[in-house]
Design a protein. Structure first.
Length: 293
């Protein structure tokens, strides 16, 4: 009996269990998860508890300091409660960031997998398109498109996704080049299997580690892009807002003495971007462990 217990204790853990343990051993990754969960709860559940007027302006309540007249973080130049606005802005930034990150990762994964697997002139043509796109700064394309099209939440998702898929495409293509020579992929070719079957059933599933890790960084980059565009005045139109627009308003208000308006949105952006980067680092360690098993 004691021998059985010792053997069970000595038995190696499964690759999945070791990968999960590796993720949770990364303290920054765990902190990142808690930050993201806290900000999601704050942005999506917070407005149901702390209800404020975020459509109609109230100039009589403008530029109140934190704590005045029942406003924990004060009010901005239009009389909006800053705490309530921070929640609404967070909902927009997180939703658009997540959707744009997923869209960019999906497009990049499909493009890179097809290019890497097919190779030849198809790969050369597809990757020259990627190289040309990377040569143009994403923020420049985003500003040009935002100037032509009136930004909305879903339009921002499409625009950011359209300028952010290039890096995932290059990463996935590199993975596909190494995977297409594996025995299980060659077996599909030998048995007359289609290219689409090989890509969807074997190439993409085996790049999942790279895809998932990159997706977290794509979300962080998307949230930063939203902030950049809004900071330059090309984001969502009022009364809609996001953390970047709040940061712009805060900087403008600093010169009129409302110094407290710059901190809430700025801190929120730093926290959410850092959190997703921490999670990405933890996932990278986790998938490295699985890959070594």
């Amino acid at each position: 009996m004691s021998t059985a217990i010792l053997s069970r204790q000595a038995a190696p853990k499964s690759p999945a269990a070791r990968a999960v343990r590796e993720f949770f051993s990364n303290k920054l990754a765990v902190i990142g998860v808690f930050i993201v969960v806290a900000l999601v709860v704050f942005s999506f559940i917070g407005p149901l508890i702390y209800q404020t007027e975020q459509v109609s302006t109230n100039l009589m309540q403008a530029d109140l300091k934190p704590g005045e007249d029942g406003h924990p973080l004060g009010t901005d130049g239009l009389g909006y409660d800053v705490l309530g606005r921070l929640m609404i802005a967070g909902r927009t930034s997180i939703l658009v960031g997540l959707a744009a990150g997923v869209l960019a990762t999906t497009l990049g994964t499909l493009w890179g997998s097809v290019a890497g697997y097919l190779g030849g002139w198809v790969d050369a043509t597809m990757m020259r398109i990627v190289d040309a796109g990377i040569a143009i700064p994403g923020i420049f394309l985003l500003l040009v498109i935002s100037a032509i099209v009136r930004p909305s939440e879903w339009m921002m998702v499409l625009i950011i996704g359209a300028v952010s898929w290039l890096v995932p495409a290059r990463l996935t293509r590199a993975e596909a080049l190494s995977l297409k020579s594996r025995d299980y992929v060659l077996a599909i070719k030998a048995t007359g299997g289609s290219n689409s079957r090989a890509i969807l059933r074997h190439i993409i599933p085996n790049t999942i580690g790279t895809v998932v890790v990159n997706a977290t960084f794509q979300v962080a980059d998307a949230i930063l892009l939203i902030a950049y565009v809004s900071f330059l005045g090309m984001g969502l139109q009022p009364p809609a807002t996001d953390w970047g627009a709040m940061l712009t308003d805060g900087i403008s208000s600093v010169y009129s003495g409302a110094w407290w308006l710059i901190f809430p949105a700025g801190i929120a952006i730093v926290l959410i971007v850092s959190a997703f980067n921490f999670i990405g680092d933890g996932l990278r360690d986790m998938f490295d462990v699985r890959g070594q098993s």
